[in-house]
Design a protein around this ligand. Structure first.
Ligand SMILES: *[C@@H]1O[C@H](CO)[C@@H](O)[C@H](O)[C@H]1NC(C)=O
Ligand SMILES: *[C@@H]1O[C@H](CO)[C@@H](O)[C@H](O)[C@H]1NC(C)=O
Ligand SMILES: *[C@@H]1O[C@H](CO)[C@@H](O)[C@H](O)[C@H]1NC(C)=O
Ligand SMILES: *[C@@H]1O[C@H](CO)[C@@H](O)[C@H](O)[C@H]1NC(C)=O
Length: 415
């Protein structure tokens, strides 16, 4: 049940070839759609200036005549210069959803799952599921009295297949974002393993949440004293250490919502969009509290965040635990031993009921990019769910297991 290795017999190879050919056809289609998409963007005046055409999809496909997994990879990208002129060079290989589904996740090879953990999205719970709950032949080793687990590939003692808070720790900085992770993860793993002999294949995953609930949750966390001040804010080859703080002193304990919202450079605003976007396209953190270029910057960030999200191997939504769990299990061909819990929505609803209509409206405005991003994500999640459901010959059984975990255990015992 938990074997991750694709069978190597003749029949398996044949099937694989057919799959590959289909995949390559699909990829050509995707490329064409990508071109159409870019012309659409140009239509919307996003790429009037010649260098802006660099917003075109950054993940391209290198085809070769071999049927190796390396056929499907994202190529090193070109240098990109946009608003701030920060160089961007993503030169790791990452796997998008469709390819992840087709190839599966090979724990014995060079595949690595990278969890991009955005604050207050339920990522802590999800991160624990990843290290403690997956039905693997070699589960992560989680010693008691230690916060982290070792998720080593079978027969290795230092090769983690999971890059996350509860496995490797915050090796790329506290709550590292897309910009930081894509720049850092390869080097961080080389350092961890003490060598850089092999190229890895990255499966990026994340969890998103309703922007208003997430924002209020972050606000309450900050009100209780959280600052995340050790975050690196690495972007375009440099660390932005002196971003202005919204608070005086060492933290913002006791802050009221109106004051929290008043801080124009509060990183809580549109956090999900910012953390998923390639910040080098929009000047990194410079001019963060100026209104100049704000609209242009917003548009670039949102566009980039959507593109990066769609290019990830997986994402889940906090409000859709069952669907998210099912999509993870079918994408990676791995099951969780314990189901994802749907948090009590009544509590969030109560928190919102305590706000004035004006405050709710303000929260919405401050997170308008995240609102659009989430709309896009909800739609994409449903599409993926439908696609996986259609291709799943055991949908009823698999879905039942997700929504009624304990009953399904009894059913599987009778097999
Ligand atoms: C927040 O700052 C106050 C004073 O500035 C300090 O007394 C308190 O311990 C700090 N709380 C946290 C959680 O750091
Ligand atoms: C927030 O900003 C508005 C307008 O600048 C101001 O009137 C209000 O007093 C501020 N509220 C807080 C709590 O700082
Ligand atoms: C942003 O605002 C803060 C606080 O007003 C100020 O100290 C800082 O210099 C500003 N930074 C930029 C880049 O404008
Ligand atoms: C959710 O929380 C509310 C308020 O605390 C409680 O009344 C309700 O029973 C809870 N629902 C569930 C399903 O736990």
């Amino acid at each position: 049940m938990s074997s991750l290795v694709v069978p190597c017999n003749g029949e398996g190879n044949m099937k694989r070839w057919v799959k590959m050919i289909r995949l390559i056809g699909g990829l050509c289609l995707v490329t064409l759609l990508g071109i159409a998409y870019v012309s659409y963007l140009c239509h919307n005046s996003l790429c009037l200036a010649p260098e802006r055409s660099n917003l075109s999809p950054r993940y391209s496909v290198i085809s070769s005549s071999s049927s190796s997994r390396s056929e499907i990879l994202s190529s090193p990208t070109s240098m990109v210069k946009l608003i701030g002129g920060f160089p961007s060079k993503v030169n790791i290989e990452s796997v998008a959803f469709e390819d992840a589904y087709d190839m599966g996740f090979d724990i014995t090879s060079r595949d690595v799952i990278v969890f991009l953990h955005i604050q207050k999205t339920g990522g802590t719970t999800f991160g624990r599921h990843l290290v403690r709950d997956l039905n693997l032949e070699n589960p992560c080793n989680c010693p008691r009295k230690r916060k982290r687990c070792d998720c080593f590939r079978p027969n290795t003692v230092n090769e983690q297949w999971l890059f996350s808070r509860y496995s490797t720790g915050w090796k790329c900085g506290l709550h590292a974002d897309w910009t930081e992770l894509t720049d850092c993860v390869e080097g961080a793993l080389d350092e961890y393993e003490g060598s850089s002999r092999k190229r890895r294949l990255y499966f990026f995953i994340t969890v998103l949440r309703d922007p208003i609930h997430r924002y209020l949750s972050e606000f309450r966390h900050v009100q209780r004293g959280a600052t995340w001040k050790s975050a690196r804010h690495w972007c375009g080859g440099q660390e932005f250490t002196s971003l202005p703080h919204c608070y005086k002193g060492s933290n913002w304990t006791g802050v009221e919502l109106d004051e929290f919202m008043n801080c124009s450079y509060n990183l809580a605003h549109n956090r999900q969009t910012r953390m998923l976007a390639d910040l080098t396209l929009a000047g990194c953190y410079t001019g963060y509290n100026t209104t100049a270029d704000q609209l242009e910057r917003d548009r670039i960030l949102l566009q980039s965040a959507k593109q990066n999200l769609a290019s990830m191997a997986y994402f889940g939504l906090t409000e859709e635990q069952a669907t998210s769990q099912y999509i993870f299990e079918r994408t990676f061909h791995l099951d969780f031993a314990n189901p994802f819990d749907q948090a009590n929505a009544t509590l969030s609803a109560q928190a919102i009921a305590e706000l004035t209509p004006a405050q709710i409206e303000r929260v919405r405005q401050l997170n308008s990019l995240d609102n659009e991003l989430l709309e896009f994500a909800r739609h994409l999640l449903q599409e993926r769910f439908k696609m996986l459901k259609r291709r799943d010959p055991h949908f009823r059984r698999n879905w039942f297991r997700v929504i009624h975990p304990h009953k399904s255990e009894r059913t599987t015992e009778t097999h």
